[in-house]
Design a protein around this ligand. Structure first.
Ligand code: SAM
Length: 282
């Protein structure tokens, strides 16, 4: 291996990325997806890069060169670095709040979950909306292609049933051929109203979707710099119907203000409502 002046001697890391390599990877990832790993989690990025390089029998530098042009290789890095961490019914108050908002929607309630990971959040919402007899259309998007495939498949290991309140278990089906399987599938009643697509909220234009009654973006913005959070939120406002709601995870973007949005005081849900249709305020 080449020995760089700034290699392991000065790096807190113990294996084989130099500080220059780490910094190049961090800059590249930030430039592509806006994602900034906190310093205390740098070892995670370090391990992830080494793992992808090893799986492809490549040096770290060869991998760095490859991701610039090879989308499939880039997706491998994304899938390893951006942890699609989620849970079913992660924040039940948010789900119930959205279901109440659906009472006010004319026709079917449209919800977009930005950074939906492996789909647990949107499938949980589908269960609640269906159980509450709402008409709804749900979209989930994520930059991680593998996560979107997982979410679309709608197949989860039995252990995840523990996260789902029993009253919703009838939406989790075992296929006839796989009675003994350790997996269950999302019921067709939900699948008809749920779609997933790959989308990078940091660098791509807004997708061609109808205006939403609710946009959910939970546990995503924490990884972005504050000015990037502002840009993303600004664009999400454009995708909302007037009267629609933007829901973040508790504590997120508490600094944020926008002339078209009013913050709703709620003890458990971090939510803003769009009150103005004028998109030319800036
Ligand atoms: C911690 S998960 C949150 C999942 C879910 N929203 C929840 O709260 O359970 C964050 C997700 O944001 C996604 N993400 C990160 N940067 C993104 C970007 N630029 N565009 C779209 N999704 C992104 C990651 O791939 C990851 O799946």
């Amino acid at each position: 291996m080449t020995h760089h002046k700034d290699s392991q001697l000065t790096s807190p890391l113990t294996s084989s990325l130099t500080m220059t390599q780490m910094s190049n990877w961090q800059s590249y990832i930030e430039q592509k997806v806006g994602f900034v790993l906190p310093t205390r989690q740098e070892h995670w990025l370090h391990r992830a890069i080494l793992a992808v390089a090893k799986n492809n029998a490549m040096s770290v530098d060869a991998l760095f060169a490859a991701v610039q042009t090879d989308e499939q290789m880039w997706q491998q890095v994304i899938a390893t670095v951006l942890i699609p961490e989620s849970r079913f019914f992660r924040h039940i108050e948010t789900l119930n709040y959205i279901s109440q908002c659906a009472d006010d929607s004319m026709g079917s309630c449209r919800v977009w979950s930005v950074g939906c990971a492996n789909g647990q959040e949107i499938w949980s919402l589908a269960m609640v909306m269906q159980a509450d007899n709402h008409r709804f259309e749900l979209w989930g998007s994520d930059v991680n292609k593998a996560a979107i495939e997982y979410a679309t498949h709608g197949r989860y290991a039995i252990r995840y049933l523990q996260e789902i309140p029993e009253q919703y278990h009838h939406f989790a089906l075992k296929s006839e051929q796989e009675k003994s399987s350790r997996y269950w599938y999302m019921s067709d009643r939900l699948r008809d109203s749920v779609q997933f697509f790959q989308h990078n909220i940091f660098s791509e234009p807004l997708p061609s979707l109808p205006k939403m009654n609710v946009i959910l973006c939970q546990n995503v913005l924490i990884y972005f710099r504050q000015f990037d959070q502002r840009d993303i939120l600004f664009r999400l406002v454009q995708q909302l119907e007037v009267g629609g709601y933007l829901v973040l995870a508790p504590g997120e973007a508490s600094f944020w203000q926008h002339p078209q949005m009013r913050r709703i005081r709620h003890s458990a849900v971090n939510v803003w409502q769009k009150i103005d249709s004028n998109n030319n305020l800036f």
